[in-house]
Design a protein around this ligand. Structure first.
Ligand SMILES: C[S@@+](CC[C@H](N)C(=O)[O-])C[C@H]1O[C@@H](n2cnc3c(N)ncnc32)[C@H](O)[C@@H]1O
Length: 410
């Protein structure tokens, strides 16, 4: 055996199509295999038994599993080996074979005897981060996490080195809690020159933006004789044409009652590249934050998300309220606070029980979140008496009665 003084020499192995031998099928193999699979390695796993996840990888053809103990010769043709059996003698023998065949090997049981060490790794946006700290894996993982988090939220990259995304990013900001935006959304926000934001969504994130970023309130763009939406589209196009990295920050998901596709179409028509970043929609997350699952085994096997911005008897309504009244499952109503009386009456008239449970959740996931409970018969009066104001999500159905013991936010 060689001695292994001195720091490790970092290198990125290109394993695609190359044989990698994994000895042992326990937790260590289970943890390391996914990265080897995504590197495209030709993986042979030798072990009499494996964990259920490793077995699933073998069944999916990602790994060739030889169900037996290690024997001399197993490392023939290997470029790289992971030695992680529970048999110390087998590990030592395999390690000796690796040394004699000049195969780099990592050992789960004896880092000193290994010829390679696995760094703590993470990937984000095309960057692989690998951290080695000698024999302190917790510290490696902590440094890795800090670097990845900084790259993801944009705080680690100096502005002049930002990889700006050309055109406009339509970013779903989630329901309001600033922690509920996606990692990609947050990164794009950190890279933006101009942010055009709605009233709903994670407004707190706007305060964190550096001073040079122009933040525009979509509701305040003057639109004169045009429609407000046309003015927003025009502003997006104008800033993108000026070479700015533009983020259109929307509440929830851009494509759930968010007019996201209208903006994407206008931008595409103007020849501007559009990136769409999905967001966590209030239709699911706001009930969840208030302790209401939109489905629950044995209670509701369907949920329907409906806009209440047009009254049920309005000829412009595209909603089939009589069909909705006949559903057994959960109804999630958005933009329905003002018209909840007419909606509840229509549902009852269509056959939904007057005693059906209803919950109204105002400003879900924010510090101001509030939930009031009622029935279809009482919801209009309750909303009035409690002074409920938009934004609120209204949940109708038996799911309102489950999970009361489980704390949501607020
Ligand atoms: C124009 S829609 C946009 C929905 C959004 N795209 C989404 O996926 O959540 C606005 C409605 O969403 C609901 N909403 C959005 N955020 C909310 C929140 N934090 N709390 C309660 N309701 C919310 C309200 O019903 C509001 O009237």
């Amino acid at each position: 055996m060689q001695s292994h003084d001195g720091p490790a020499y970092p290198v990125g192995l290109r394993l695609a199509g190359r044989r990698v031998v994994v000895l042992g099928g326990g937790q260590v193999a289970q943890r390391r295999l996914p990265a080897l699979v995504s590197a495209g390695a030709d993986i042979v796993l030798v072990s009499p038994s494996v964990t259920p996840s490793v077995e699933a990888m073998a069944a999916a053809g990602e790994v060739r599993w030889e169900r037996r103990p290690y024997r001399d010769g197993d490392l023939d043709g290997a470029w790289y080996a992971l030695i992680a059996t529970t048999d110390a003698a087998a590990n030592a023998a395999a390690s000796a074979e690796a040394e004699s065949r000049r195969v780099w090997c990592v050992r789960s049981d004896d880092a000193e005897a290994a010829t390679a060490w696995t760094p703590a790794t993470g990937r984000t946006d095309g960057v692989t981060v690998a951290v080695l700290t000698g024999r302190d894996p917790r510290r490696s993982a902590a440094v890795r996490d800090a670097v990845i988090a900084g790259l993801r939220d944009g705080t680690l990259v100096a502005p002049q080195h930002r990889t700006r995304t050309a055109g406009v990013a339509l970013v779903g900001g989630g329901p309001g809690d600033p922690d509920l935006i996606t990692v990609r959304g947050r990164r794009l926000l950190a890279e933006a020159d101009v942010v055009i934001a709605d009233r709903l969504g994670p407004r707190d994130l706007l305060d964190e933006l550096p001073p040079h970023v122009e933040v525009i309130d979509a509701a305040k763009i003057p639109y004169g004789r045009a429609m407000a939406q046309e003015a927003i589209n025009a502003a997006l196009i104008e800033h993108a044409r000026a070479g700015k990295a533009v983020v259109r920050l929307k509440g929830g998901d851009p494509y759930v009652f968010g007019r996201g596709m209208e903006e994407a179409e206008a931008l595409t028509e103007a020849g501007i590249a559009v990136t769409v970043v999905p967001g966590i929609s209030s239709s699911i997350s706001v009930p969840g934050a208030a302790g209401i699952p939109v489905t629950h085994r044995g209670v509701a096997h369907e949920f329907t998300v409906v806009s209440g911005h047009v009254a049920p008897d309005d000829p412009r309504s595209l909603v089939d309220w009589s069909a909705l009244a006949r559903l057994r499952g959960t109804l999630v109503l958005l933009m329905a606070v003002e018209r909840i009386g007419a909606i509840a009456e229509t549902l009852i008239a269509g056959g939904r029980g007057a005693d059906t449970l209803v919950a109204v959740v105002q400003e879900g996931t924010t510090a101001a979140q509030r939930r009031v409970d009622a029935t279809l018969a009482t919801v209009a009066a309750t909303v009035l008496a409690e002074g409920i104001r938009p934004p609120a999500v209204i949940v109708v159905g038996d799911v309102v009665g489950v999970g009361r013991a489980v704390a949501g936010r607020g």
